[in-house]
Design a protein around this ligand. Sequence first.
Ligand SMILES: Nc1ncnc2c1ncn2[C@@H]1O[C@H](COP(=O)(O)OP(=O)(O)OP(=O)(O)O)[C@@H](O)[C@H]1O
Ligand SMILES: [Mg+2]
Length: 231
Amino acid sequence: MLNVANVDLHYGAAQALRGVSLRAAAGRVTCVMGRNGVGKTSLMRAIAGQQPISGGAIEWRGRDISALRPYDRARAGIAVVPQGREIFPQLTVEENLMTGYAPLKRADRYVPDAVYDLFPVLKDMLRRRGGDLSGGQQQQLAIGRALVTRPKLLVLDEPTEGIQPSIIKDIGRAIVFLRRQGEMAIILVEQYFDFARDLADDFLVMDRGEVVISGTRETMDEAAVRARIAV
Ligand SMILES: Nc1ncnc2c1ncn2[C@@H]1O[C@H](COP(=O)(O)OP(=O)(O)OP(=O)(O)O)[C@@H](O)[C@H]1O
Ligand SMILES: [Mg+2]
């Protein structure tokens, strides 16, 4: 469904992505691994349209979306849970969820039950300000907000970063549930190796803006991957 082909990305004169290719398919989790600063978030920004690419192409459901703006990509079914969550601290939980309505038709502007089934804490805290939630709760809110848009591609950028183990488990369960529905392609950026290995159907490891290892769960050389992502 998503085909990122040979993508380059620059920040001014600095090149952050060099010929990066990635595919993501419905019902599968594609895991992007790599150390700090190797270009993982830049790749997600390229997919979301938040940073223009300087080479290659991004195809989504058979159509070249390289020049589409982020808003139009959201309307085409691409949702991002950004690194650091970026929830709105002054808005309530409910209002944060409602920001996900923006790309939706009027009739679809409600929070699907699955959001509260996956993260019951959100239902309990609907009137609470986003900024008053714990980091883990904010992460659940950020995922919930993305799910409100009914994505066909869900991009999660380091969802376990700084999160306590019990909530990491909840997030893992949510990803497994969404994969099992079979309708959504999921891209998971992750530095926490065990979490990534347990969830990844396909994976790639980046280093200095390039893909250095890629494959499927079955073919993963765990030692080689660990060596590449160890600090
Ligand atoms: N807005 C920007 N302007 C200039 N350089 C940037 C910008 N954003 C990122 N970079 C640089 O691009 C490179 C890749 O950064 P990126 O954020 O994609 O890495 P990352 O793999 O997501 O790292 P982390 O694991 O720390 O989140 C880094 O060298 C970074 O300093
Ligand atoms: Mg990053």
